[in-house]
Ligand binder design. Structure first.
Ligand code: BES
Ligand code: MN
Ligand code: ZN
Length: 494
């Protein structure tokens, strides 16, 4: 069942709902909530007065009311003057997550004017709509139905007393971005026996059909014809055929923004096989592809005036009698030869062919996104995505989008000094530059296949999924990249 939210122009103290979530700032009970406090016989005021609830970020207080609403949930965002879209997004996620846990079925959310602080209604509405989708997300598709199931959270009504048009407009964007993120997380979550490269292409075709977006899928024979030797080299160890997926959203004429997503549906490492511990997480090695598809879900819903092409090279990375072996040399789509030092450095191989292919589209810019290196987790932990590129204005633009999206991305250098890490004795380049600076040599490898367009690269190996579960966060796939890409392409509208 799909989750939805909508803007309703209504007074929260009069609203009939099983759960009324109210976003409040730190300090005292906001004056604007006096009527709401009376409806709970003063429980809200007493919560503040007792000090049990202070309104600091992530603070919550649940009360039961003899009112049109059955329950009221206060959610703190911290100091009013420090309120931000990030804090509001998080509060909304907390509301939806709690609504799910309570089995409320439906809920309402009211952001008090005091909690808004300096944030405008439009921005707030977008962030809140994104947060609601984020907190409502769950994946139970592969479990048997519970005998006494809790009602799933089907809808949250966003209550607006003023600026309704701005709330509506912001909500429309946020709900579309939230739906994109939900789509990405669902694809990420699927196990590799269900989400093969062929199935991923099928999902892209379904999405494209729903929104009337032109899509082309190259099967193995077509990939051979295109001479994508690096993608084919990774795919040759698997009985599953590779696919090369292309989506073309033409909301405006002109040179496209090209988004490239790594679509390795399972990464065993190949002959350079990975250790067994946590290897199941390598079903998430298609998270870059999921981010690109989630962005197209947003595009299909919002129909902005911008031209965006998505490219997804997809394959499994398997060890077998037909698999590539360390020392093998293959010829890429660009024509450069590659010595394969480590078959586990497969992401850069398939991205190389996609970046080379992108030239043909005369892009205004190309941004790739990939769970590329374990080394980025060492560098930035699970907090930030690694950002690389050759074009300073593009890097700044991506960083600004990441700030607005609250999907942190931090730049790392691609100085010429690092290029030699990928020097091969036998071929033009080798696919592993060793452990020191591992994310940078991976970035430099990609750069070898970039020709004639501004390019940026996002390494999401540390941010694509999380073990952390808290009041606002749901454990598992994050859909990272969808919000960042959405902010980026929406700001490029003509
Ligand atoms: N898919 C992995 C990177 C990864 C690691 C993603 C951890 C998510 C969590 C990638 O294909 C890989 O195996 N990279 C190697 C490269 C090395 C062999 C040069 C790595 O990072 O160890
Ligand atoms: Mn690998
Ligand atoms: Zn990989």
């Amino acid at each position: 069942m799909a989750f939805e939210s909508r803007v309703v122009s209504a007074d929260p103290s009069q609203y009939k709902t099983p759960l009324l979530a109210v976003v409040v700032p730190r300090g005292d009970l906001p004056a604007s909530l006096a009527a709401l406090d009376r409806a709970t016989s003063g429980a809200l005021g007493r919560a503040y007065k007792s000090g049990d609830f202070t309104g600091k970020r992530d603070d919550t207080f649940l009360a039961y009311a003899d009112a049109p609403f059955t329950r009221v949930l206060l959610i703190g965002v911290g100091k009013s003057e420090e309120s931000s879209t990030a804090a509001l997004r998080r509060a909304a996620s907390t509301a939806a997550k709690r609504g799910r846990a309570l089995g409320a079925g439906t809920a309402a959310l009211y952001v008090s004017p005091e909690a808004l602080g300096q944030v405008g209604a439009r921005e707030a509405a977008q962030a809140v709509a994104e947060g609601l989708a984020q907190g409502a997300w769950h994946f139970t598709e592969l479990k048997r139905p519970a005998e006494e199931p809790k009602a799933p959270l089907e809808r949250v009504d966003l209550l607006a007393l003023a600026d309704t048009a701005a709330w509506e407009a912001g909500h429309r964007s946020g709900a579309a971005i939230g739906a994109g993120q939900t789509l990405a997380r669902g694809l990420q979550m699927l196990p590799s026996n269900q989400l093969t490269p062929t199935a991923l292409a099928g999902a892209a075709q379904d999405l494209a059909k729903r929104h009337g977006i032109p899509v082309t899928v190259l099967d193995k024979a077509a990939i051979v014809k295109e001479k994508m030797g690096a993608l084919l080299a990774v795919a040759q160890g698997s009985v599953e055929e590779p696919r090369f997926i292309m989506l073309d959203y033409q909301g405006a004429p002109g040179a496209p923004v090209v988004l490239v997503g790594k679509g390795v549906t399972f990464d065993t490492g190949g002959i350079s096989i990975k250790p067994a511990l946590n290897m199941e997480e390598m079903k998430y090695d298609m998270s870059g592809a999921a981010a690109v598809l989630g962005t197209f879900e947003m595009l299909g819903r919002l129909k902005p005036k911008v031209h965006v092409v998505g490219l997804i090279p997809s394959t499994e990375n398997m060890p077998s009698g037909t698999a590539i072996k360390p020392g093998d040399v293959v010829t890429s789509h660009l024509g450069k030869t590659i010595e394969i030092i480590n078959t586990d450095a497969e992401g850069r191989l398939i991205l190389a062919d996609a970046l080379s292919y992108a030239r043909r589209l005369n892009p205004s810019c190309v941004i790739d996104i990939a769970t590329l290196t374990g080394a980025i987790v060492v560098a930035l932990g699970h907090t930030a995505t690694g950002l690389f590129g050759t074009d300073e204005p593009l890097i700044s633009e991506v960083r600004a989008a990441s700030e607005r999206a609250d999907e942190r991305a931090w730049p790392l250098p691609l100085w010429d000094d690092y290029r030699e890490l990928n020097k091969s004795d036998i071929a033009d380049v080798k696919n592993s530059g060793g452990r020191p600076g591992g994310s940078i040599s991976a970035g430099w490898f990609l750069r070898e296949f970039v020709d004639g367009f501004p390019w940026a690269h996002l390494d999401i190996a540390g941010t694509a999924y999380t073990e952390r579960e808290d009041a606002s966060r749901v454990k598992g796939p994050t859909g990272v990249g969808v919000r960042l890409f959405s902010e980026f392409v929406l700001a490029r509208q003509g």
